[in-house]
Design a binder for this molecule. Structure first.
Ligand code: SF4
Length: 356
């Protein structure tokens, strides 16, 4: 079961369509110096391999802007230029052939924006209006004000400006580090506008903390049908962002990327080591690029007879533990009884046979 998607218009980002009934697209941002073309392209290529669908790069200066064409020529996914403060960088990025521009209303003057809109319209390039709570002047001036409402007001103001200029090739985002404020802002925006929504919790933090914050924030909205593309922002390698994004989407049945592992938490009834086996299967078999799997694929690892045989039977492959041994199931049927020490190899063999 999955949530009914909120209706949005479709925007084409260099061949990747977002909004409408298109799959929720996964994106990330390169963490290299953009002007270091070799490193930037190498990182983007690594992300392409794990199914990153759109990539954004920071454009802090003209040296970076002038490299965008070279980067674009060497990659296979749409390239987005992240522009702040200097409108000339946006114009150069468009000239270099990027597929989308991201601007931040908090730090771009409207008279300069008008020039960017004209050029983007001529080249049919989408623009993301990316409101970020950290750069909203109205929020710094009035710390007691409702953050979500201020963010949506800033967005509405810019959308009006874009629409008055006849520009509707728009994607919107409303990111804050505060999860409830972000959720509230996106909920209001989803009711008010029909432009595709780029979801994210900005500066979510390191490792597990950032993953949890992003999963709660992005996951809550997606579960309500809100969101057309997502970026998980982690103080970590961008590969982690992509893996987390797909895991969030998979948990809501929105994309199918990994085999699903059903494993019991174990308790005093378990007579086999479920924790070691399930973690080994996850690390060595499951968290691999999608290309290696025929999906959907469900693997169940269960500790005892209470729920074990039932879950193992329901999965494509399952192990139901007993006294230092277990029953191996394939598609609902018992294949064999195996010793605990042989669990991993036996499962691996069965799955490999199925993949032939
Ligand atoms: S399946 Fe058995 S071992 Fe696992 S948690 Fe349930 S009762 Fe405990």
């Amino acid at each position: 079961m999955k949530a009914q998607r909120n209706k949005t218009r479709v925007v084409n980002i260099g061949g990747v369509k977002i909004g409408g009934n298109n799959p929720v697209a996964v994106q990330s941002m390169a963490k290299t110096i953009t002007a270091d073309v070799r490193s930037t392209v190498a990182q983007i290529k690594r992300l392409e391999k794990i199914n990153c669908e759109i990539i954004r790069v920071g454009v802090p200066d003209m040296a970076a802007a002038l490299c965008l064409g070279k980067i674009k020529k060497q990659i296979n996914i749409p390239l987005v230029a992240d522009i702040h403060f200097q409108w000339q960088l946006a114009i150069e990025a468009i000239n270099q052939g990027v597929d989308k521009i991201r601007i931040n209303p908090g730090n771009m003057a409207k008279d300069k924006l008008a020039i960017i809109l004209e050029r983007a319209k001529a080249r049919k390039i989408a623009i993301r209006i990316g409101v970020n709570s950290g750069s909203l002047k109205s929020l710094h001036e009035n710390k007691k004000a409702d953050k979500a409402s201020l963010m949506v007001n800033a967005l509405a103001d810019y959308i009006r400006f874009f629409e008055n200029a006849g520009f509707r090739n728009i994607v919107i985002s409303l990111k804050a580090t505060d999860v409830p404020a972000t959720i509230k802002a996106y909920r209001i925006a989803a009711q008010k506008f029909d432009y595709p929504l780029h979801l994210g919790i900005t500066e979510a933090g390191v490792a597990e903390a950032g993953i949890i914050k992003s999963s709660v924030g992005i996951g809550t909205l997606l579960a309500e049908g809100i969101g057309d593309t997502i970026r998980v922002s982690l103080t970590s390698e961008p590969e982690e962002e992509i893996k987390t994004a797909y895991a969030i989407l998979q948990s809501l049945n929105l994309r199918n990327y990994y085999p699903e592992i059903i494993s019991c938490p174990t308790c005093s009834r378990a007579q086999v080591d479920v924790i070691t086996l399930a973690n080994r299967i996850y690390k060595e078999m499951v968290s691999q690029p999608q290309a290696t799997w025929k999906l959907p694929l469900k693997i169940a690892i269960m500790g005892c007879v209470v729920n074990g045989p039932g879950e193992a039977r329901e999965a494509d492959f399952g192990l139901a533990g007993g006294r230092k041994e277990g029953l191996l199931f394939r598609r609902g049927k018992i294949v064999s009884k195996i010793k605990e020490k042989d669990f991993y190899q036996a499962l691996q063999k069965e799955i490999a046979k199925w993949h032939r």
